[in-house]
Structure formats: C-alpha cells, structure tokens
Design a protein around this ligand. Structure first.
Ligand code: DGL
Length: 261
C-alpha cells in the first residue's frame, strides 16, 4: 500500500489527512505534528527556516513515506523549496487558494484568513500578482484562531466571541463589506469552519485547499507496497503526546510515537 506522511505544526493537517483518506482510501496516511514548536504562525522566518527542512528529513527517515504532504500554509509559503531540496520523496505543499477564489468571486473582493506569518509572505504577494490581478484582496492574520482550533480539536469548547473578534476586522476596510469569498489559508481553520462562518456576514463563502492538496498527492506519488498501521508522530515529548492523544484518537490514530527534535 502507498504510504503518505502528512505534516503540520499541530492538528490543522488532520483536515488534509482526512481529505487524503477520502481521495485514496487504500493508502496508509501517517501524521506528524510538530507540537513541540507549535504555533508556527508567530515564529520568525529564521526560526522556521532553521527547523523545517531538517525536521522533515528526520520524519521522512523515520516514517518512510512515498509522499510528504506539508499540510501547513505557514510552512509551505516559506520553506517548500528548502524541504524539497532536503528529502528524496515527492513533497506536496499547501498554499492559499487564491486562484479558485479569484475565479469564483462575483464582487471582485476576496478575504484571506491565515496566520500572521502567512499574511506577510512574499509568496502570497506572488500568488496575488499571478492569479488575482484586478481583484481586491484583504488579508487578515490571526494567531488566536489557530489556538481556538487547536483547543477545539483537543476537546475544549469554542468561544464564539473570540472567533468573531478574530474574524470581523477583515470586513472593516472600505471594501471589506463586499468580500464574498474567504480563503481559509491555514489548515487549522476548516476545523472550526462553522464558527468562522457564523462570524462572517451572511452569504460569504469559505473555501480551502484540502481536496486539491489530496488530489495533488495522488497525482505525484509512485505507489509502493508499504504495510502496517497508520502512525501519528509528535514532537515535544511525553507531555505533548498526552495533550494530542484525544485529537489523534478522534481522527483515527491510536498509535502515537514521540520524535526527538
Ligand atoms: N496549520 C498551520 C497553517 O496552515 C499553522 C498553524 C500555526 O502553527 O500557527 O498555516
């Protein structure tokens, strides 16, 4: 069976792992959460550049996947090329769905909801230039939403007021009220999709990239004959393993291994 490794800073990539299991039901889909270094969205570029390629190489050595899926916009928009240079399997990234949003918007105004790291990336400027010329793109970075999503998947209640506090300023600029599509440009956000939708004006559509990323993984992989159960890997030692256990159990990962990194 073909084996994929889906990687994120925390639980966000579980949305991509889910999409991948739907797209390729016979694959073994391993998961790695860099919980010891979570959250990525507020880390400096230097810190992430120093960590990501080496960590991904370690994970690929341990899990031996046929394809590595970077299920994190914050990591992909910064380090995809560096990670590709460091590992010997195909690497699929997750980047904001600006192209479909630009194709589908009727008002010409798009919202991008992401981490503070992703909203300031040059990669995002390039995507905008390439795919959203002539559109108005309003970026909103929030570390708070990442935290809310991470805690929600670990079993805590979602505070709708906090979600609204994070989301509403996106609609404040002069063109804000015309936003008709919001790109969920952080893999954590689909986990609290309903709460985010409730914080947006009525009629706003939310889109994400999980299905497109899953399709791309299927496209680039060379199938293999791997065997065994899916494993979840976690950094940050026993405390993080215990903290992540409910989320992993919910998403079908009873086996959790600690990665020293
Ligand atoms: N899930 C990540 C993303 O897609 C980042 C969350 C974080 O660690 O800040 O950007």
């Amino acid at each position: 069976m073909t084996r994929a490794l889906v990687f994120d800073s925390g639980v966000g990539g579980l949305t991509i792992a889910d999409a991948l299991r739907k797209a390729a039901p016979d694959w073994i889909v391993d998961y790695a959460a860099d919980s010891g270094f979570f959250p990525y969205g507020v880390k400096s570029d230097e810190e992430l550049r120093a960590r990501l390629p080496a960590l991904c190489a370690t994970l690929v050595n341990v899990a031996k996947p046929d394809v590595l899926v970077i299920a994190c916009n914050t990591a992909s928009t910064l380090s995809l090329a560096d990670i590709r240079a460091k590992v010997s399997v195909p690497v699929v990234g997750t980047v904001p769905a600006i192209k479909p949003a630009a194709e589908q918007t009727k008002t010409g105004v798009i919202g991008i909801l992401a981490t503070p790291g992703t909203v300031r990336r040059a990669y995002l400027d390039d995507l905008e230039r390439q795919f959203a010329a002539g559109k108005i793109v309003i970026r909103r970075g929030s570390a708070g939403l990442v935290d809310i999503a991470e805690r929600a998947v670990r079993g805590q209640a979602i505070d709708q007021e906090q979600v609204a506090y994070a989301v509403k300023p996106m609609f404040d600029p002069p063109d804000g009220p015309n936003i008709d599509i919001v790109v969920l440009a952080c893999t954590h956000f689909p986990l609290i999709r309903e709460a985010i939708a409730a914080a947006c004006p009525p009629g706003v559509r939310l889109i994400d990239t999980s299905e497109a990323v899953a399709r791309q993984a299927v496209r680039v992989v060379t199938p293999s004959s791997s065997t065994g159960d899916a494993i979840a890997y976690v950094t940050g030692g026993a405390a993080n393993k215990a903290a992540m256990q409910p989320a992993f159990a919910r998403f079908g990962y009873p086996v959790i291994e600690i990665i020293d990194a």
